[in-house]
Design a protein around this ligand. Structure first.
Ligand code: L34
Length: 284
């Protein structure tokens, strides 16, 4: 049997259209939602992602403020810019694209962003709300994974969910979100002893390890739902996920492609978060 290919481009387009209607309602009330996007250095992949984010803002009707800073920017300068944006009433969301150059302490920077403008959901305050099941601004990639699953008509409740990878950006938050959906969640990582057996027990696998084709067909059960968060660039320039897509698609029930799966969802969920941040700030 061949898997249903989950179309992240199509689902993300729907979400962006929903965001566009919501943005129009804000506009009708004389409000212009606004996102500040900060990029430090010139990592080529980050440039692509940031460009996609700015494009999405334009489509949805969110104003974007773009800060493209040199690789040499000091931590202090970056913190000063964040402080300025924290106090700028026009600006509803602040996004600092990761990774940052090595001389900058990522945690310090994320901690400096006002939690109600933290559209990435990376601030410890928002991480805390997520872990007590009261998330407001949810990390975009993890939230995108959940939307892909739900909008494909899959019920998470009671399912065995295996997350491969435990990063702060994807593995941990997606585990919390799956748990909030009443999934039974197992998190695997580099020290896990029997990853293959754990994965074979999964109804839903979220792969976020950053290793090309790490999840092989003999690690998944028939009909499993496979969500591939990996974006690895191969030597030939092609993108490749953490899942062996060609082999797994013959066995899985549902599978996301790379590109065109989780990536576009990250951006769509960011648009939703910007509008949510705008709403939260207006209620305050
Ligand atoms: N602060 N840093 C912050 N927030 C984020 O949410 C991110 N992430 C990750 C990296 N750093 C971040 C992103 O924006 C990954 N990520 C991201 C965003 C967009 C896409 C992929 C990752 C994307 O558009 N992917 C396309 C292919 C793009 C290409 O051709 O390279 C896709 O179809 O998967």
């Amino acid at each position: 049997m061949s898997a249903v290919i989950i179309d992240g481009k199509k689902i993300s387009a729907q979400i962006k259209d929903e965001a566009k209607s919501l943005a129009a309602e804000f506009n009708a009330d004389g409000i212009q939602p606004c996102l500040a996007v900060i990029l430090v250095g010139d990592d080529p992949a980050s440039r692509v992602y940031v460009r996609n984010k700015k494009r999405a803002c334009e489509y949805v009707g969110i104003k974007s403020l773009s800060y493209e800073l040199s690789e040499k920017t000091s931590q202090q300068e970056l913190l000063e810019l964040i402080e300025k944006l924290n106090n700028d009433k026009e600006c509803n969301g602040i996004l600092v694209q990761l990774p940052l150059p090595e001389h900058i302490d990522e945690q310090k920077v994320l901690l400096a962003i006002r939690p109600d403008k933290d559209v990435d959901g990376f601030h410890p305050y928002n991480v805390g709300l997520l872990s007590i099941g009261s998330a407001r601004l949810k990390a975009c990639t993890p939230a995108g994974c959940i939307e892909l699953i739900k909008r494909s008509g899959i019920d998470i409740q009671g399912k065995s969910c295996v997350v491969v990878g435990r990063s702060n950006i994807v593995g941990k938050p997606v585990s919390m979100l799956l748990l909030a959906e009443n999934g039974t969640v197992t998190v695997c990582h580099s020290k896990t002893k029997n990853i293959k057996d754990v994965c074979l027990g999964a109804d839903i696998i979220v792969a976020a390890v950053g290793i090309p084709k790490f999840i092989k067909a003999d690690m998944i059960k028939d009909g499993a739902v496979i969500i591939d968060v990996g974006i690895n660039r191969l030597e030939n320039g092609k993108l490749c996920g953490d899942v062996d897509f060609e082999a797994c698609k013959e066995k899985a029930g549902f599978i996301t492609p790379v590109p065109g799966g989780v990536g576009p969802m990250t951006i769509a969920m960011l648009m939703k978060n910007c509008l949510e941040a705008c709403r939260i700030q207006r209620m305050a």
